[in-house]
Design a binder for this molecule. Structure first.
Ligand SMILES: Cc1cc2nc3c(=O)[nH]c(=O)nc-3n(C[C@H](O)[C@H](O)[C@H](O)COP(=O)(O)OP(=O)(O)OC[C@H]3O[C@@H](n4cnc5c(N)ncnc54)[C@H](O)[C@@H]3O)c2cc1C
Length: 747
């Protein structure tokens, strides 16, 4: 509904002035690229079956990516979110394309004309010639920067085009592609006027000033003093927790319940169901790390992570899978981390599932899950139901933009509510910058942690730093953010930042026109993950990979899909609402690293690629068996196959050609984009200092009083969705800390 939701999550333009810094000539060149990626297409030139009298389709096909303000919006997002070196590359290429000679260098013969001035600059070239140039850049394996520029502009341009929402929360393309934003009536609208669940413990730095902040913190029962020599406030508490997601939320509840004064720092904002708009663009921007446009440094894997109160649990796809018994055995027996073999851990899983309201059944499955189920069953493959932390009739595909009905139970509506009821204080918009570490002369560990230095990230009116001093400091910023914090604070254990597992995912798609298969619905409707297939090899041996279904709004869908021509992309998007995606998630044996903020280095090893390939081929088989008219992968050349009437041997030949290609910066002609949403292991627990960054109780081997309590603790990849494992591990660690603190043991 127009104007509904929090102002930050609504449509319409927020920025009055652009700050991208590109010149008008560069923007003109960028507009020419955007127009090539999303050209105005005449309906007569394509599929004759498209109804010519449909105004929505007419508008969609005639729209172009160059229409203002799209190019400026693309430039703005790119300069804000892409890696620095990529922005520099894009800037240089755009500058060159705005000159004739520069265009000649980058586009070769395609910019030559038969009349004066014989050489055209990029925006003067006909769209067809520009299209050939972009295809060339996409296949370019020698001058990789050109391919990188192509990929980045393609991603950002399509993302902006399909997510932009006007003041009425609408986008002209959505009707034509069959997409509708979730505008179901929110239950309990009367809650609007009631206190928000975390209000009692909340200090939102975005609404504070230096002087009001001190009052707000004092009112919450905290001792606050000035440190004039540091232009800072000193805040005292028992436990400070950095991050409010799966790990941090649970730790806050357990420790506050045990009587400790807890402070939670969260760099994101706090939103409640009444705030959520279900608009993909603003929701990804506000609720996700780097607006959901974070990737590994080589651009190959898009890394999704929540960044709001509740962290990943506020936006995730609600699959609740207990830690598999073979994983627990491996961790307790092979890795010698006894915790995972104890009844305490089993008890923690029960407590977690109870608290977040896990239900086992799903009353009605959505379009994609019906396809996964039907295809698997037609092939005689096992498919299992996935439990969720929502009610059994929660038919919602928009939980990834925050659950607007409040039915899904993230930490923001469960553990953190318990925490504030027991006196915890949650500081939002507040980013931890550095741990306070002192060298110890005689202690059993070389350092002692006595808190953390943080500052407001969303409000320039707060000029003071916050020095939060505590008996216990818990880093729960996620597996991609905890290691950079520890390393930049001076910790040296070589396991910090290493052993980063991602559960990389490869996508397969299948197009299911209305009617023939009898499968009802649209791709964005219904529970996001309600079914799962565990991949097995041809001989029936288990493969460390599973197949599930994703949530892809039009923005992410278009950004990830291969672009092979402007017309083809429009055709793909026209079929959006009936194009199902399945992904195969691999339990990665090998790993990458994250040592600096935003710099995730990760190569998919040959071993993991092999398992991914088996999973991807299986996903395609399932789509075919479910009755897809056409199937394909995300390989850059648009690898696809029409299924109707195709002989078994042709299908096998197609599947044999499906492999796991490198990313855009690889030297391979054909490349692929992958995704992940389960970073883990980058501060793993280890039986010794050599094996892990922290011990079995989550405490740093180097610094007393410093604990880790998030996905980075995992000794290896888990192989299934990790929320229950992370929350259960956090529960055990926090319980032990609480016991030590209350027995006044020297921590
Ligand atoms: C789109 C998506 C779908 C998913 N679906 C599922 C699913 O269906 N089932 C499942 O089991 N798992 C799922 N996951 C994974 C799961 O949500 C994560 O594994 C889990 O949230 C990780 O927990 P965590 O405690 O490690 O960190 P997070 O939950 O990511 O929380 C970390 C928090 O710390 C904050 N933070 C980071 N740095 C700082 C700092 N310096 N100062 C202050 N705050 C900071 C972040 O803003 C964030 O809010 C999904 C994840 C995503 C993103």
């Amino acid at each position: 509904m127009a104007g509904e939701g929090h102002p930050l999550l609504r449509g319409g333009r927020r920025e009055r002035k652009y700050s991208h810094g590109f010149s008008p000539a560069q923007i003109q060149a960028l507009a020419a690229i955007c127009e090539t990626l999303i050209p105005s297409v005449s309906l007569d030139s394509i599929n004759p079956k498209i109804p010519h009298d449909d105004p929505a389709l007419h508008g969609f096909y005639s729209a172009s990516g160059s229409q203002p303000p799209a190019p400026d919006e693309v430039a703005e997002l790119l300069t804000k979110r892409a890696q620095r070196q990529v922005v520099v590359m894009v800037s240089i290429v755009l500058k060159m394309l705005s000159y004739r000679l520069g265009t000649l260098v980058l586009c070769w013969g395609s910019c030559l004309a038969s009349t004066w001035p014989f050489i055209l600059n990029f925006s003067e070239m006909p769209v067809e010639s520009r299209e050939r140039v972009l295809m060339n850049w996409s296949r370019q394996k020698f001058v990789v920067p050109l391919r990188v520029v192509f990929v980045m502009i393609k991603i950002y341009c399509l993302f902006v085009f399909y997510t932009r929402a006007d003041e009425n929360s609408s986008n002209p393309a959505w009707e034509a592609i069959g997409y509708q934003v979730d505008t179901r009536e929110k239950p309990n609208e009367s809650h609007n006027k009631q206190e928000r669940p975390l209000q009692r413990g909340l200090v939102e730095t975005v609404h504070e000033t230096d002087s009001s902040l001190i009052q707000s913190l004092t009112k919450k029962g905290l001792e606050v003093t000035q440190i004039p020599q540091h232009n800072a406030f000193r805040i005292k508490c028992d436990v400070v927790i950095i991050g409010s997601g799966c790990g941090g939320g649970v730790a806050a509840a357990v420790l506050a319940h045990s009587g400790q004064k807890v402070v939670v720092l969260e760099k994101g904002n706090y939103f409640v169901p009444q705030d959520y708009s279900s608009l993909e663009g603003p929701s990804l921007d506000q609720l996700y790390e780097s607006s959901a446009l974070l990737s590994t440094v080589d651009g190959k894997i898009v890394v999704l992570a929540g960044s709001t109160v509740g962290g990943g649990s506020a936006v995730n796809w609600s699959a609740c899978i207990r830690t598999p018994s073979h994983v627990l055995k491996e961790w307790s027996a092979d890795r010698k981390i006894r915790l995972f073999g104890t009844p305490d851990y089993e008890y923690a899983m029960d407590a977690v599932c109870k608290k977040i309201g896990v239900t086992q059944k799903c009353k009605q499955e959505g379009f994609q899950n019906q396809i996964l189920r039907k295809g698997s069953e037609n092939l005689g493959l096992k498919v299992q139901a996935v439990a969720r932390n929502s009610s059994e009739d929660h038919f919602c595909g928009s939980c990834c933009y925050g659950c607007r009905t409040g039915d899904k139970k993230g930490t923001d509506s469960t553990w953190l509510v318990d925490a504030v009821e027991n006196g915890a204080v949650i500081l939002t918009g507040c980013k931890a910058k550095k741990l306070i570490l002192e060298d110890t002369q005689y202690g059993e560990k070389p350092k002692k942690c006595s808190g953390v230095i943080a500052s407001s990230v969303l409000n320039k009116d707060i000029t003071k730093e916050l020095h939060i001093e505590a008996k216990v400091t818990i880093a729960a910023c996620s597996a991609i953010s905890t290691p950079p914090l520890l390393i930049s604070s001076g910790l040296k254990n070589p396991n910090i930042g290493r052993n980063l597992h991602l559960h990389p995912c490869a996508f397969a798609w299948g197009y299911f026109p209305e009617n023939p298969t009898g499968i009802q619905g649209k791709v964005y409707e219904g529970g996001i993950i309600t079914s799962l297939h565990k991949v097995v090899s041809e001989t029936g041996a288990p493969v460390p990979a599973i197949i599930e279904t994703p949530s892809l709004g039009p923005g992410l869908f278009s950004a990830l899909c291969p672009w092979t021509s402007g017309t083809n992309m429009k055709e793909r998007m026209r079929k959006y609402s009936r194009t199902a995606h399945l992904f195969t998630l691999v339990r990665d044996k090998d790993s990458g690293e994250v040592r600096e903020e935003g710099k995730i280095v990760y190569n998919i090893s040959e071993f993991d690629k092999e398992n991914m390939k088996i999973g991807l081929r299986q996903a395609l088989r399932i789509l075919i068996a479910a009755g897809a008219e056409e199937v394909g992968t995300h390989r850059s050349d648009g690898q696809r196959m029409k299924c109707k009437g195709t002989k078994e041997e042709d299908i096998e030949e197609f599947l044999n050609g499906v492999v796991i290609s490198g990313g855009p910066t690889s030297k391979e002609e054909l490349w692929n984009l992958y995704c992940c949403a389960h970073p883990m292991g980058s501060c793993r627990m280890g039986a010794s200092e050599r094996d892990g960054a922290v011990d079995e109780s989550g405490e740093s081997w180097e610094a007393k009083g410093l604990f880790v309590c998030d996905g980075s603790l995992m000794p290896t990849a888990i192989g299934v969705n990790p929320m229950i494992t992370i929350e259960s591990t956090a529960y055990c660690i926090a319980t032990k800390i609480a016991e030590s603190l209350s027995s006044k043991k020297d921590l």
